[in-house]
Every structure is written in C-alpha cells, then in structure tokens.
Design a protein around this ligand. Structure first.
Ligand SMILES: NC(=O)c1ccc[n+]([C@@H]2O[C@H](COP(=O)([O-])OP(=O)(O)OC[C@H]3O[C@@H](n4cnc5c(N)ncnc54)[C@H](OP(=O)(O)O)[C@@H]3O)[C@@H](O)[C@H]2O)c1
Length: 286
C-alpha cells in the first residue's frame, strides 16, 4: 500500500511519517510538502503546494491513502481554500481513502472564526471522498508549553473563562493518525485525539509552577484586556484575532473532551500533560 502524508515536513507530519516507518507492514510512505528535499529515506519526498493545486495532481498520484495536514495560514479563508484544493486534488488523483486532520469541537462556523476552515474541510471531504476518516486533534500540549513560557515571565496564565482542556502530545496525535492510515475499519469515522485528563486553568498553572519552581497563577480576563495585552506586546492584528479566537474556544469548552482514541488507534496510552511539560520546561533556560 502507498500512503501519502501531505504537510509531512512539519512537526506533526514528521511524527506521522516516523510512526508509519516504524510499523512493520511493508507499505511505502510518500512525504509531501513544499520542501521535499528535507525528507530522508526510506520515505519518498514529493513537492506539493496547497496554494498551487496543479502541483498536487502529481504529488498525490498513485496513492492508496492520504493524510491531509492543514497549514497554520492565518489569512481568513486561505486555509479553508487550501483544504478544499487538497481534497479535490486527492479525489481527482484517485486516492481511495482520505484522512483529514481537523480540530476538536469543529462545528459550523464562518470565516474568520478559527474553526471555519476545519468545518469547510470536513464537509467537503464527507461530500466528495470515496472513503474518508476525520481525526480531530485537541490543543497540543506543546502549544501549552509555549504559552507557559510566555506566561511565566508575567507570573500569570490567562484565559477568557475558567475551563478544562485535555491537552494532547503531538506525538500521540501522530501515532493515532498512523494507526488510521495503516488500519482497516476506519472509513466514515470521526475520531478525537485527546490527552488522558481534563485540567482546569488553575490546575495547569499549578502544574507549571510545580515543575518550574516559579510562581504562576491562572487569571480570567476580558476579551478587551486580552486584545490590549497582545497588541501592546507587538502582535499583528491577524495574530491577535487568532489568539482571541483560540481563547474563546477554550472558554466555550471546545477542548474539554477526553477519549480513548489515541490508545485505540495509536496502540499506546496518551502522555499525561505533566510528562510533556516536565520534558520541555525543566531545562535551565526556562
Ligand atoms: N492543536 C493545536 O494546538 C495546534 C497548534 C498549532 C497548529 N495546529 C494545526 O496543526 C497543523 C500541524 O501542526 P504542525 O505543528 O505540524 O505545524 P507545522 O510544523 O507548521 O507544519 C505545517 C506543515 O504544512 C506545510 N505547509 C505549509 N504551507 C503549505 C502549503 N502552501 N502547501 C503545502 N504544504 C504547506 C509545511 O510544509 P512546508 O512549509 O515545508 O511546505 C509543514 O509541513 C498546523 O498546520 C495547524 O493547522 C494545531
């Protein structure tokens, strides 16, 4: 079987390629991105640019299964258009089963909401792919590490409401995706890759403080305060909107979901948040 990973040069994509190569099933792995020269064997690198759909025809040719990893393009409407272009190209190329990376809590939303591109991709996939699977990821534990590093400087981790989230290690999302790609019986399924536990804002601030030995409190602030702080810190308007949109999703409980999907699909239990934070935050630079 020939399995493609689109977005293979990124953090998640590299993880999926590595997981696929570790599984002894004799399949061929094709790693697709705009930088195929970064791919090392035994995976085959191919050029494919979501913004140049004509390049995707060749990139997806001959694949039995394909994972589409979305980009982080912040321009409203851009990522949704990329998702549709990738799905169309895969269907046209005759890919038999398309797996789409989406986000937990995806629902009908309009641009510029953060989830609109995932909604558009999911709906287009379901309507057009011969066989499909959707893997919705929870908020990355690694993304919380970045938030923690910034928050430790102020001693405050902020949110628009107290909320719970089951942060997932990116490597665990990769294992779940690989499990779908090489497995059977996943057509028509929507899975949620989550961490093993739901932590409140206060609980995660306490955990970060305990691991780093530095004070950190969780504080609820208003959207106006969040916008003002981010703007003052020098973030461009688009990035401010993205952060506010993500924080609104936290407040709405979008990341408050725990499933057994990582273990079921990836073959190992998901990492507790403590382990990811400890690995990343214990170094003297933090
Ligand atoms: N759940 C979360 O907390 C969370 C956090 C951050 C992001 N995300 C989402 O998860 C996705 C994967 O995360 P990640 O950490 O692996 O991101 P990443 O490291 O930024 O990887 C993004 C991938 O997309 C490729 N790409 C970018 N623009 C492209 C284009 N025009 N055509 C084709 N490929 C393109 C990049 O490859 P080249 O540049 O080499 O082409 C790279 O392989 C992100 O893109 C974002 O949608 C989720």
């Amino acid at each position: 079987m020939k399995i493609g990973v689109s977005g293979a040069s990124g953090h998640l994509g590299k993880g999926v390629v590595s997981e696929l190569l570790q599984r002894p099933d004799g399949h061929e792995v094709v790693a697709i991105s705009r930088t195929p020269e970064t791919v090392s064997g035994p995976a085959q690198g191919r050029f494919g640019d979501y913004n140049r759909p004509e390049s995707l025809a060749e990139a997806y040719a001959g694949l039995d299964r394909l994972l589409i990893i979305t980009t982080a393009d912040p321009e409203p409407g851009k990522r949704g258009a990329q998702n549709v272009a990738a799905i169309d190209a895969a269907v046209k190329a005759g890919v038999k089963h398309i797996v789409f990376m989406s986000a937990v809590g995806t629902r009908q939303e309009e641009e510029p909401a953060r989830g609109a591109s995932y909604w558009r991709g999911e709906q287009h996939l379901i309507a057009t792919a011969p066989a499909w699977t959707i893997l919705r990821m929870n908020f990355y534990a690694e993304a919380l590490v970045q938030l923690a590093q910034a928050s430790l400087k102020q001693g405050v981790l902020t949110g628009l409401a107290e909320n719970r989230a089951a942060f997932v290690a990116r490597g665990d999302v990769a294992a779940a995706a690989a499990g779908i790609l090489i497995g059977d019986g996943h057509a028509g399924a929507i899975y949620n890759a989550t961490g093993p536990e739901r932590l409140s804002g206060a609980e995660r601030a306490r955990l970060i403080a305990e691991i780093t030995g530095r004070p950190l409190a969780f504080r609820v602030i208003s959207e106006e305060q969040l916008r003002a702080g981010l703007t003052q810190a020098g973030l461009p308007a688009g990035a401010v909107n993205t952060v506010v949109s993500i924080q609104a999703s936290f407040a709405a409980g979008a990341f408050d979901i725990v499933t057994g999907d990582v273990e079921r699909l990836g073959g190992r239990p998901p990492k507790p948040l403590r382990d990811v934070l400890a690995g990343a935050l214990k170094s003297p630079s933090n």
